[in-house]
Write a protein that binds this ligand. Structure first.
Ligand code: ZN
Ligand code: ZN
Length: 384
């Protein structure tokens, strides 16, 4: 089956909604305006909703009778980037932009809501979640803390993201690990300051800094299996104030990505050991802090996603052998509480990359995404 004809029939209207959302991006958890707009649209469709988390909205569509509870999630937040697309619906706020396509994800979920309002012929309940703060602001965690999984026994949960570099009629399903974890670390190396001419009278911190940076890369090449995927990037080094002063303290910060939670543990432990070791080699004092920001996003239930995707775009356009992305996604937090699958919808081969000032969501994704969600709900609520 191709794209859903009823969804195609309302496409132009929903595309205009997407473009309206594009003009007014909001950042992080501060998505009150977008949430109000979403609620107004849901009211228009006759769909119940409630506030959840921080400026997030949960729409509830009851089917014809008892059955499973299936949740679908869209993110709503933009980014602090000044848009340079020159489009007629370019962001009206300098320094804010929908550069990750969450305007498109919100419009896709609204399109699905509109379709479901007239198609309650499924068993169970569909929950449509419009989430704030995906871009590193803990929007999913706020929703979980607000009791999403206590209020509803969610059997399965699904989400999608547009993906540049893939054709617009492609859906990419990753069985297993789909997107990486993201962790952040801070290392403080404390010595004793003094004159640059006399390092022997100081406790010089930079030799330890250099060894830490080199040693961190050795963790990837010497301790992580060649079959596993992991990246350690040093992203900040702060220390020193003059040409002729050896400073007291240098701070190193960095970022860790992996698609395996065992590797995540190994890297945390190894970085800590490296920092400790430098203390005994160089006589510096070190402190090490490791913050786990996003878990690995693991797709536990890819089969219904593959089937639904194949019905919408054709089996030949469902890609299942793509590598996981080393970027992270806070949908991963939901996957710690229930089963489900997160897919990518192609945003076009020539699309600028995500988080680029020239990026724009490909409106065709509304058709593909909403048709996919409609098929997916049928697939997972189908009676045995
Ligand atoms: Zn993003
Ligand atoms: Zn995004």
């Amino acid at each position: 089956m191709p794209l859903n004809p009823e969804i195609e029939a309302c496409f132009e209207e929903m595309r205009d909604i997407r473009r309206h959302l594009h003009t007014c991006p909001e950042i992080g958890l501060e998505t009150a305006g977008t949430a109000a707009f979403v609620k107004e649209q849901l009211d228009g469709f006759g769909i119940d909703h409630q506030d959840i988390g921080a400026n997030s909205v949960l729409a509830i569509v009851e089917g014809r009778g008892p059955g499973k509870t299936i949740a679908f999630r869209a993110d709503m937040d933009g980014l602090e980037i000044t848009e340079e697309t020159g489009l007629p619906y370019q962001s009206r706020t300098e320094g804010r932009m929908h550069a990750c396509g969450h305007d498109g994800h919100t419009a896709t979920m609204l399109t699905f809501a509109r379709y479901l309002a007239d198609h309650r012929d499924f068993d169970g309940t569909a929950l449509l979640l419009f989430q704030s703060g995906e871009e590193g602001f803990g929007g999913a965690v706020k929703i979980i803390e607000d009791g999403l999984f206590e209020k509803y026994k969610i059997d399965l949960m699904f989400g999608l993201h547009n993906w540049p570099g893939h054709a617009e009629n492609h859906i990419i399903v990753h069985p297993g690990a789909a997107m990486a974890s993201e962790d952040r670390f801070d290392v403080t190396i404390r010595g004793k300051s003094g004159h640059a001419s006399s390092p022997h009278l100081c406790v010089e911190p930079f030799a330890a800094v250099a060894d830490f940076i080199g040693g961190a890369q050795s963790i990837i090449t010497r301790m992580v299996s060649a079959h596993d995927k992991a990246v350690i990037s040093i992203t900040q080094v702060h220390g020193g104030s003059a040409y002729n002063i050896i400073p007291d303290e240098v701070v190193i910060r960095g970022n860790v990505r992996t698609t395996d939670s065992g590797v995540q543990d190994l890297i945390e432990e190894s970085l800590g050991r490296l920092a400790d070791g430098l203390a005994s080699i160089y006589g510096v004092q070190t402190s090490f802090a490791y913050h786990r920001k996003h878990p690995v996003l693991t797709n536990s239930t890819p089969e219904p996603a593959m089937k639904a995707a194949a019905r919408v775009v054709g089996e030949e356009n469902v890609r299942t052998k793509e590598l996981p992305a080393m970027g992270s996604e806070d949908f991963a937090f939901y996957m710690q509480h229930t089963k489900g699958c997160f897919v990518w919808v192609g945003n076009g081969m020539d699309s600028p990359v995500l988080h680029n000032s020239k990026f724009d969501f490909n409106d065709h994704g509304i058709l593909v995404g909403a048709s996919y969600f409609a098929e997916l709900l049928k697939e997972v609520t189908r009676q045995p």
